[in-house]
Ligand binder design. Structure first.
Ligand code: GLV
Ligand code: MN
Ligand code: MN
Ligand code: MN
Length: 399
């Protein structure tokens, strides 16, 4: 094991137990809940240990500064701590741990950056608690209204503002204007790097994607006494819609997933009165995504008529196509001699890319699996990621 891989492992082991579910081996690190708050505390300790002052933006995002926190022309790096339910270890935290280690690498080699470097921990990237992904970066950039964000509620009815302990501050153009570039390092969420036999890649683009809530209303009734012909069963409309989404996505080479469902009253012996399913849809092109969601909605509506149910469809979040700064991606790919790849996964980098030059680095994931406990990365590849990130920060902050 190289020294750096050993240092990566030592730091990684500090956070590995936090929020891990003993049963699944996955993580339950929802934004602003106890495990994520512990990781935020760990972030402050790591920053303090490195003499990096920490500031908060009033939206739940934290920044640790190497250099003057008030200066401009800052090179920003970092990622998020929160996870999906039973998520993997690397999605998010890898970008933060790697950022601190990259700072150590630069300092260890005597690099004195000409520009400040800041490490960010963004809040609620997954949207697993409040429903809207990249909530922290959307607030900072003004891409979500404060009113709407403040009122988003988790499953227990707690609002984002209550969890944060204050009304979110919202867009901060002054802070944003001080960032010259953002680089987010992230575990790869597919197998492209395994196939390319490379430890690190540079991102070219993020597919446009979004979340749509389908509410199917019917008539709750007795499972034993209600004749089949008399039912208005929203579960049927829901099930048909899931199959339609799968079919329509395949037809377009796009992705459609219904990974979350809620049923009322959720009893084995009752016909449901309401079923809600959340459609996650993604495609390479915006028109394809629009066509996909439109087709699923139309088929669901047609089926609802047949089933005697009612349907409402609500867009909960939408993220346009992100083309990362091509010049920056090419420069980093050449610097690192790394492949350049698009991805179907959303990231805070995708939100920030509309506001400042932004790039992403991906670290190889041998299983290719993500949003699951099976997500993986070797210590050697994580060390290669840190080395790559340190080179990129040096390139951006010193030249
Ligand atoms: C976030 O990880 C997403 O792409 O869903
Ligand atoms: Mn992530
Ligand atoms: Mn994720
Ligand atoms: Mn993500």
């Amino acid at each position: 094991m190289t020294d750096l891989a050993g240092r990566f492992r030592a730091l990684w082991d500090e956070i590995a137990p936090v929020g891990r579910d003993a049963g699944s081996g996955g993580y339950l690190r929802y934004a602003l809940t106890e495990p994520e708050l512990r990781l935020r505390e760990w972030f402050r300790e790591q920053a303090e240990h490195r003499g990096m002052p920490v500031t908060a933006d009033g939206n739940g995002n934290l920044f640790a500064w190497w250099g003057d926190p008030q200066a401009g022309d800052v090179v920003l790096t970092g990622s998020h701590f929160d996870s999906v339910p039973h998520g993997g270890a690397y999605d998010g935290p890898l970008g933060i741990v790697s950022a601190f280690l990259a700072v150590d690498e630069l300092r260890g080699t005597g690099v004195v950056p000409g520009r400040p470097i800041a490490v960010a921990a963004f809040v609620e990237e997954e949207g697993a608690r409040f429903g809207v992904p990249c909530l922290g970066s959307r607030l900072l950039t003004g891409e979500i209204a404060v009113e709407r964000a403040a009122g988003l509620r988790d499953a227990a009815g707690v609002s984002f503002a209550e969890a944060l302990g204050e009304r979110p501050a919202g867009a901060d153009p002054a802070l944003l204007g001080r960032f010259a570039a953002f680089v987010e390092l992230h575990v790869e969420q597919g197998r492209a790097l395994v196939e390319a036999d490379a430890p690190v890649a540079v991102a070219s683009a993020i597919w446009p994607h979004g979340r749509w809530r389908f509410d199917f209303h019917g008539e709750g009734n007795h499972a034993g006494t209600t004749r089949m012909a008399d039912r208005r069963d929203p579960m049927l409309t829901y099930a048909f819609t899931v199959l339609a989404a799968n079919k329509e996505a395949r037809l377009r080479d796009a992705h459609a997933t219904v990974g979350r469902v809620s049923v009322e009253p959720n009893a084995t012996n009752a016909i449901p009165s309401r079923v809600t399913g959340w459609l996650d849809a993604r495609a390479a092109e915006p028109e394809t995504l629009r066509g996909l969601v439109g087709a699923v909605h139309a088929k669901a509506a047609e089926r609802a008529k047949r089933d005697g149910t009612e349907l409402t469809c609500t867009e909960e979040s939408a993220t346009p196509l992100v083309a990362f700064d091509g010049g920056l991606a090419d420069r980093l790919a050449e610097l690192l001699d790394a492949p350049v790849l698009p991805t179907g996964a959303g990231h805070d980098a995708g939100v920030l890319a509309a506001h400042l030059p932004t790039a992403m680095l991906f670290v190889r994931n041998p299983t290719g699996v993500s949003h699951s406990p099976a997500e993986s990365a070797t210590d050697a590849d994580c060390a290669a990621g840190v080395t790559a990130l340190a080179r990129v920060l040096e390139e951006l902050a010193c030249r």
